[in-house]
Design a protein around this ligand. Structure first.
Ligand code: CAA
Length: 693
């Protein structure tokens, strides 16, 4: 064995040279890895005893991409292009042996090998789009040549990781190798390639699939049209599409030129900077300073859920999806049956779309049982999640019962979206077992899990909850107990301003348009119409005191009644409503004020800056660990546009000083609701950035 450098070895297995990379955690293409590959391939090519070359990785995965931490700095050592040129021009067959994930630059390295083999659990993708980028090492020109432009469009604009079986079917790998026997399989493949005198195929020369699509611009036009909504606001999907168009219409070398130019634009732009930040923010959020990595975990084999409504059902599906048994308790048979039927319908819809198989529907349903009795069902659960009505007395009653029923060591969780969890925990004799697991509706779809740590929650319970979140595919952020926690508390700041703006003369559709154009999927008033204006509205108590009261009293309760803030046509298209406009106008006149014209800039600043300010209050109270955790919450739970990083990241783009100055100006003219957080004043005085927190 020859050590090429600290992360690369070269060994000879008979006449096959094996280059092994070992650069934890994910063998990313750092300067060291590039050097190892460059020198390793040169040495293998020069070794007369080697007739073929296998590239394989140690650890959990094949190369998972470029080293994202290097982006934005000066590149050291050989470039990825140098590595790829050496591999692609090798006079001996090169075989990439793939396990784990071959992603981004990793797949691009594999695509300059002559052959690729992988184990059944391996996955393949070009996920750069999720970092606001495109594959910048020839992937945009090579992938369409292997899988065809249509498939490349779908893979590159979604960033999806395709499983090995699919990769084999679409020609991305040449052979599947038995799980656990990758090295032997790859060496055997390499030997066979030599023995059979197989040609040194190069993906770059394989033009048949791109040529077949030449002169068919409709492929791209239709793809853009079909995905316009999904791609709205993002640059990277469009740039990926342009590169695939170049692959179809231009010779390989010219296509590479287009790729290089567009990659450079994205890399130096603000969207990718925000998206790369988000990648690390999500991972950072997993790290809890006072909870050590080796904190003992509580094994979770069976989960109890209280409530078979939309929330309880969605929560249950998360666990069944990963093979964890769930028992759902309801008070009456009819809502229980309805809840279970809804879960089945959801799974069947996913199956009809090809997301899971019919057998998987049955497997998952078999893991979910229903019951009318906590006493009968919860004695052996490892975790119970309460998802009932948001009322403190009901929650306390449930937790008193859970304390009596559940086994010692079980985690007792509440899905409350803002009630005081310390108060809930206080009715139990084991407050250390109590935690908030705040799912977002629909709970089987939304990525965010706000994990709420109460005063006495044990580290083990926190560590287990964080791990479980990852297991069920959620993005978790740990927050502290305060009204609304992090997400809803910041939402409250925005809602307050949205309502006030309307009472000063802005129309709901003006506010919505500004926030939609900013990148939110919808504005607050459209959102209210969708959710139903009557949530929390009580007919008997309604006295026309608010705009909402008046709208609800006129049976304008949102989309479901065909009218709310907006009027809706039969296709649920929203139109500005003269009725709402008059209601608003009457309110303003009654208050003795004059409606004024409010510009888009003021709408945006009034809605967004108080959110940033609220974020600072949350940080100063220690209810979030870091500014980036707040951004994780808002991106994954509230539709904050990913390419704008999150409220705190956005604050840095605006500049903390400007945010403070505006808050002070608003405070002077509109009152103390705009009072800047002390932490914001300090941040500016110290000349620091939000991201420093
Ligand atoms: N560069 C640097 N660090 C990386 C990395 C990368 N490409 N990918 C992962 N890491 C780090 C993570 O930050 C994390 O570090 P910490 O433990 O310090 O938090 C660690 O590796 C493990 O990552 P995960 O927690 O995400 O582990 P996982 O097992 O859940 O997932 C993964 C593994 C699927 C590879 C996931 O990390 C991932 O999707 N990585 C990004 C892949 C990617 O986007 N590749 C393209 C890069 S851009 C590119 O390649 C441009 C080009 O064309 C040349």
């Amino acid at each position: 064995m020859t050590a090429i450098n600290s992360v690369t070895d070269l060994t000879l297995d008979g006449d096959v040279a094996v280059i092994t990379l070992n650069s934890p955690p994910v063998n990313a293409l750092s300067a060291n890895v590039r050097e190892g590959l460059f020198e390793g391939f040169k040495a293998a090519i020069a070794d007369p005893a080697a007739r073929s070359i296998v590239l394989i990785c140690e650890g959990r995965t094949f190369i998972a991409g470029a080293d994202i931490t290097e982006f934005g700095g000066a590149m050291k050592g050989p470039s990825l292009q140098d590595v790829q040129d050496t591999m692609e021009n090798s006079p001996k067959p090169v075989v990439a042996a793939i396990h784990g994930t071959a992603l981004g630059g990793g797949l691009e390295v594999a695509l300059v090998a002559n052959y690729r083999v992988g184990v059944p659990s391996a996955r393949f993708g070009l996920p750069e789009v999720n970092l606001g980028l495109l594959p910048g090492a020839g992937g945009t020109q090579r992938l369409p040549r292997v899988v065809g432009p249509e498939k490349a469009l779908e893979m590159m604009t979604s960033g999806r990781h395709a499983p090995a079986k699919e990769a084999l079917a679409m020609g991305l790998i040449d052979e599947l190798v038995e799980e656990g026997k990758l090295k032997e399989g790859a060496i055997a493949f390499a030997r066979k390639a030599v023995a059979e005198g197989r040609p040194l195929v190069k993906v770059r020369d394989n033009n048949s699939k791109v040529e077949a699509a030449r002169g068919k611009p409709e492929i791209f036009a239709e793809f853009r049209k079909a995905n316009a909504r999904k791609f709205r606001g993002f640059l990277a999907p469009e740039y990926n599409i342009r590169c695939i168009e170049a692959a179809v219409n231009l010779p390989f070398a010219e296509g590479l030129g287009v790729e290089r130019k567009l990659f450079g634009e994205l890399m130096s732009g603000s969207q990718s900077a925000a998206q790369r930040y988000s990648f690390f923010a999500e991972r950072q959020a997993q790290k809890i300073p006072d909870v050590a990595d080796d904190t003992p975990l509580i094994p979770i084999k069976k989960v109890g859920v209280i409530g078979a409504g939309t929330m309880g059902g969605g929560i249950s599906m998360n666990f069944a999806n990963v093979g964890i048994a769930v028992v759902i308790v309801e008070q009456k048979q009819e809502p229980l049956d309805r809840g279970l039927a809804t879960i089945r319908k959801n799974y069947e819809r996913t199956a009809a779309r090809g997301g899971i198989t019919a057998a998987q529907v049955e497997e998952r349903m078999a893991l979910i049982t229903g019951s009318l009795s906590m006493e009968d069902s919860f004695a052996d659960v490892d975790l119970v999640i309460e998802a009932v009505f948001e009322r403190m007395d009901i929650k306390k009653d449930i937790f008193t019962k859970l304390d009596a029923i559940c086994k010692p060591g079980a985690i007792l969780a509440t899905n409350t979206s803002g009630l005081n969890i310390d108060e809930i925990a206080s009715v139990t004799k084991r407050p250390e077992a109590v935690i908030g697991l705040h799912f977002f509706s629909p709970a089987n779809v939304m990525k965010l899990l706000e994990i709420v740590r109460a005063d006495h929650t044990s580290k083990s319970v926190i560590a287990t909850s964080m791990k479980l979140a990852k297991q069920i595919g959620k993005v978790a952020a740990l927050v502290g107990v305060c009204p609304g926690f992090v997400g809803n508390r910041i939402l409250g700041a925005r809602q307050r301003e949205a309502q006030k703006l309307v009472l000063e003369g802005a129309m709901p559709w003006d506010v919505d348009r500004v926030l939609y154009d900013f990148g939110f999927p919808m504005g607050p008033f459209a959102m209210s119409d969708l959710a139903g204006l009557d949530i929390g509205w009580v007919k008997e108590k309604s006295n026309g005191a608010t705009i909402r009261d008046v709208l609800c009293e006129a049976d304008r309760r949102g989309q479901k009644t065909g009218a709310g803030y907006y009027d809706y046509d039969e296709n649920r298209n929203a139109n500005p409503s003269p009725f709402t406009e008059k209601v608003i106008h009457d309110f303003i006149v009654k208050s003795g004020a004059n409606p004024r014209t409010i510009g888009d800039e003021e709408i945006l600043e009034r809605c967004i800056y108080p959110m940033i300010n609220e974020g600072m209050k949350i940080l100063e109270e220690g209810k979030a660990i870091r500014a980036s955790d707040i951004d994780v919450v808002w991106q994954n739970g509230y539709g904050w546009p990913v390419y704008r990083g999150g409220p705190m990241w956005y604050g840095d783009q605006i500049g903390a000083a400007k945010v403070l100055a505006k808050m002070q100006e608003f405070q002077a003219t509109m009152g103390d609701e705009f009072k800047p957080a002390a932490a914001l004043e300090k941040l500016v005085a110290d000349g620091k950035k939000f991201s420093d927190l």
